[in-house]
Design a protein around this ligand. Structure first.
Ligand SMILES: Nc1ncnc2c1ncn2[C@@H]1O[C@H](COP(=O)(O)OP(=O)(O)OP(=O)(O)O)[C@@H](O)[C@H]1O
Ligand SMILES: [Mg+2]
Length: 236
């Protein structure tokens, strides 16, 4: 059978101590799709992303990348962590360059910086940037990699609504020029519906994916979005 999934999660379960945090997670991610995972705080979203990124080996189950078991192995995906973790002594340019340095890739960082509108700040240190700008730099750093899968852990958290809207538009524009498969964690239901093709809800204890919503056709705030938002809110 031909499998078009770029990433497959097979019965993933994880526990840090006796109690399972997540259990029985199945997910098929299609090439080039944008999926969001929403769940309450502490439900295991970062745990799941760490498992997909290979930073954690799941207690149970497998992570398959193009059919190959890569559970517990890093290097197959790019990861924008929940806290930006920029290196304070490196400039914006040098922070973005980090991923390509590690993998010895020759990426056109200047082109990426120009596309993002960052030419004016590329020589600044992170301490001179606002929280929102740091998040964008962290996003560009994850994007500056040949990996086709991009994991984003709450990329717009701690931003006010206006900045958030701005950054969502910016992210959409930047991503249009790439062909990445994106898995985004978020608390924001509207953001998930507007940006992604599919939204999954992670809930209950231990957490599993309780429901899937197809959202690729919703590109603006309309009645369908408002109704879906309400449905999701009642399920969380
Ligand atoms: N290294 C660890 N050791 C022990 N327990 C952990 C560890 N990391 C996370 N946990 C626990 O696992 C549960 C899920 O944590 P996780 O960070 O995955 O949640 P989350 O959904 O990302 O939360 P948030 O929305 O607040 O970021 C929490 O109860 C947390 O305390
Ligand atoms: Mg988290």
């Amino acid at each position: 059978m031909i499998n078009q999934s770029v990433l497959q999660l097979n019965q993933i379960g994880h526990r840090y101590d006796q109690t399972y945090v997540i259990k029985d997670i199945h997910l098929n991610v299609q090439d080039g799709s944008f999926i969001s995972i929403i769940g309450p705080s502490g439900s295991g979203k970062t745990t799941l992303l760490n498992i997909i990124g290979g930073l954690l080996k799941p207690t149970e189950g497998q992570v398959l990348y193009r059919g190959k078991d890569v559970s517990g192995q890093t290097g197959f995906v790019s990861y924008m962590p929940q806290t930006h973790s920029l290196m304070p002594w490196r400039t914006v340019y040098d922070n973005i360059k980090l991923a390509s340095e590690i993998t010895h890739q020759q990426n056109d960082i200047d082109a990426l910086i120009e596309r993002a509108g960052f030419t004016d700040i590329k020589d600044k240190l992170p301490s001179a940037l606002s929280g929102g700008m740091k998040q964008r730099v962290s996003f560009l750093r994850a994007l500056n990699s040949q990996n086709e899968i991009l994991l984003l852990d709450e990329p717009f958290s701690a931003l006010d609504e206006l900045t958030k809207f701005d950054m969502q538009q910016w992210l959409k524009t930047i991503l249009q020029a790439t062909h990445k498969t994106v898995i985004m964690i978020t608390h924001n239901i509207e953001e998930a519906i507007l940006l992604s093709d599919e939204v999954y809800l992670l809930n209950d204890k231990p957490a599993h994916l309780v429901q899937q919503f197809h959202t690729s056709h919703i590109n603006g705030v309309n009645t369908e979005l408002i109704e879906m938002k309400e449905t999701i809110r009642t399920l969380l």
